[in-house]
Design a binder for this molecule. Structure first.
Ligand code: GRF
Length: 215
């Protein structure tokens, strides 16, 4: 069975969705860079080991990442799952786990990388928004896309309403994508396109795309 560690910084609702999905993956630990992250309590209540590496105790990004790597390497997971982890990782860290770090980003990448994605979407006036699960590469929010879910942007939306609609899809999409990884169904082409397989058969790309009807 494949194993993961989950990195969080706060609320931990994506982490909770992953833990609740009963994937055939061992969750070796939930690690937070913030001691007061609400998600730590949720993980502990489910009997998942937790750890904190407080980024404020490290003067440099490199120092923090080295401490994080030491802890992760001791746990030896197959994958590192970022779930609302709000620290930018150094290139050296990312490159030492090639195709083994997964992230969820609250936009339809490559649109709206970075922070405040829902505000960016509203300002741009897009009519469809969503979330993406992707492999992490040194270019922030630009790694190969494993799966996406789309939602409509409605006329009365503010950031909060849009965030809530997207978050509900994050909670479906992340466990689904991790389930494919757990089953070894994901492959990446030379050009960095993620394909999904059932046994040895390539599935249509639609399987990697959740589209949600207008509410
Ligand atoms: C999610 O929207 C995630 O996509 C983004 O930050 C939020 C974290 O929420 N990176 P949670 O901690 O999983 O509840």
């Amino acid at each position: 069975m494949k194993s993961i560690v989950i990195l969080i910084s706060g609320r931990g609702s994506n982490m909770e969705a992953i833990l609740g999905a009963n994937l055939s993956m061992a969750v070796k630990a939930v690690i937070s860079n913030r001691p007061n992250a609400a998600g730590l309590g949720i993980a502990a209540a489910r009997g998942v080991p937790t750890a904190v590496i407080d980024h404020r105790q490290y003067p440099s990004r490199e120092g923090f990442d080295a401490a994080l790597a030491e802890l992760i390497d001791a746990l030896a997971p197959d994958y590192i799952v970022l779930a609302g982890f709000m620290r930018v990782l150094t290139d050296a860290f990312v490159l030492s786990y090639p195709r083994r770090i997964i992230n969820i980003h609250p936009s339809l990448l490559p649109a709206f990388p970075g922070l405040h994605t829902h505000r960016q979407a509203l300002l741009a006036g897009v009519k469809i928004h969503g979330c993406s699960v992707h492999l992490v590469t040194p270019a922030l929010d630009h790694g190969p896309i494993i799966a996406q879910a789309a939602v409509p942007v409605l006329a009365g939306d503010d950031e909060r309403a849009l965030a809530e609609r997207v978050l509900a899809q994050e909670h479906r999409l992340y466990p689904a994508a991790l389930g494919w990884l757990a089953d070894g169904r994901i492959s990446v082409t030379e050009t960095g396109v993620v394909r999904l397989r059932a046994a040895n058969v390539l599935l249509p790309a639609e399987e990697q795309c959740l589209v949600n009807p207008r509410e």
